[in-house]
Design a protein around this ligand. Structure first.
Ligand SMILES: *Cc1c(COP(=O)(O)O)cnc(C)c1O
Length: 352
């Protein structure tokens, strides 16, 4: 029998474990749309506490959390300031323009992280011909920034500058818990300067779906109205909330294993001929590297790799991304490293 595919394309590839499925099967449920699902209600209370906010809303996905937050915070024509690499720009189907109708002012941060000085420089004078600015958005961790963790001081400073200018603040916390495990700083502390924040359960936490968006009571009431309007209100979604709750109990501390695996993978890649990678820049579970020196472009590299049993993602002409997660243990990472090294060696031999 051939070895199973090692799927490092994304941490969304995780599948619910047997124990998670058992928790789902046993979940007490009700009509979520009428706030009658006890498992959803418990999860929301737990997440509001975790994130240090008054209230929370259960959503099918993180994309909906971002899009609802934009629509609640902003009116059409208003401007959102965020890093140029942000998920809302490149990966949400044009939602910010199509749904909330907002303009985006992208900042050139470093690894997805901008600072208070850059933000201050982006704040416009209030003139009738300028878009009205409304929201500052950060991504913790930064996805295209290589899983970089925003330092707490930077988050606090950016939030302070935003609020002083009368702007609201939103944290895309798709991988906030990775940042918490990497930094040892609680989620509520990371999020303390942010009017809204959400976490994703379908990434490294390993649930089949679900995101929780948190904020003030008034923000969440408005967010729930949007969720309903957009068809995101569900019925017995306690089945999914039970998986999320299980993930908070069992899959948070273990994110440290994913970070260790990512480091190990990065070291293995660094030792593979033709690959260039900033090993020190691998802070969490995302590993970006450049394959230009292997004689292959990113597309052929990824195709060759998949034929050998490892899946990674092409992120540009010579950039590749690998993501570690709970379905890829240490031995799978070792095997992936060996396969990559062999591919690099063979490719370089061929191009001699
Ligand atoms: C995955 C992701 C999202 C979207 O979450 P989904 O649950 O996949 O819709 C938003 N922001 C970031 C940074 C992400 O990585």
């Amino acid at each position: 029998m051939s070895d199973p595919l090692i799927d490092l394309a994304s941490d969304t590839k995780t599948r619910p474990t047997p124990a998670m499925r058992a928790a789902m099967a046993a979940a007490e449920v009700g009509d979520e749309r009428a706030h009658e699902d006890p498992t959803v209600n418990r999860l929301l209370e737990r997440c509001a506490g975790l994130l240090g906010k008054e209230a929370a809303v259960f959503l099918p996905s993180g994309t909906m959390a971002n899009e609802i937050a934009l629509a609640v915070h902003c009116r059409p024509g208003e401007e959102v300031i965020c890093d140029a690499t942000s998920h809302i720009i490149g990966f949400e189907g044009g939602g910010p323009a199509a749904i909330a109708g907002v303009m985006i002012q992208p900042l050139a941060g470093r690894r997805g992280i901008f600072d208070a000085i850059q933000l201050r420089a982006a704040i416009r004078n209030d003139r009738p011909y300028a878009p009205r600015q409304r929201l500052v958005l950060v991504e913790q961790t930064s996805n295209l920034g290589g899983g970089a963790v925003w330092p707490l001081a930077t988050l606090d400073e950016v939030a302070a500058v935003a609020h002083a200018a009368g702007l609201s603040t939103h944290m895309d916390g798709a991988r906030l818990l990775n940042a918490c495990v990497a930094s040892g700083i609680a989620a509520s502390v990371h999020a303390r300067g942010f009017d809204s924040v959400w976490i994703d359960f379908s990434k490294g936490l390993g649930a089949p779906g679900g995101a929780v968006l948190a904020g003030s009571q008034a923000f969440c009431e408005e967010a729930f109205r949007h969720k309903l309007r957009w068809g995101g209100a569900m019925r017995q979604s306690g089945i999914i909330a039970a998986a999320c709750d299980y993930a908070l109990d069992h899959h948070v501390a273990r994110l440290a294993d994913d970070h260790a695996s990512a480091k190990r993978l990065a070291e293995g890649l660094a030792a593979s001929p033709g690959i260039s990678i900033d090993v020190a820049g691998v802070e969490t579970n995302l590993v970006y590297f450049d394959v230009a020196g292997t004689g292959l472009d990113a597309g052929s590299f990824v195709r060759e790799l998949q034929a050998r049993g490892v899946r990674m993602t092409e992120m540009g002409t010579s950039n590749v991304r690998a993501v570690t997660h709970l379905d890829a243990d240490a031995s799978a990472i070792e095997r992936a490293v060996r396969i990559v090294r062999t591919l690099c060696e063979e490719s370089l031999k061929k191009s001699l």
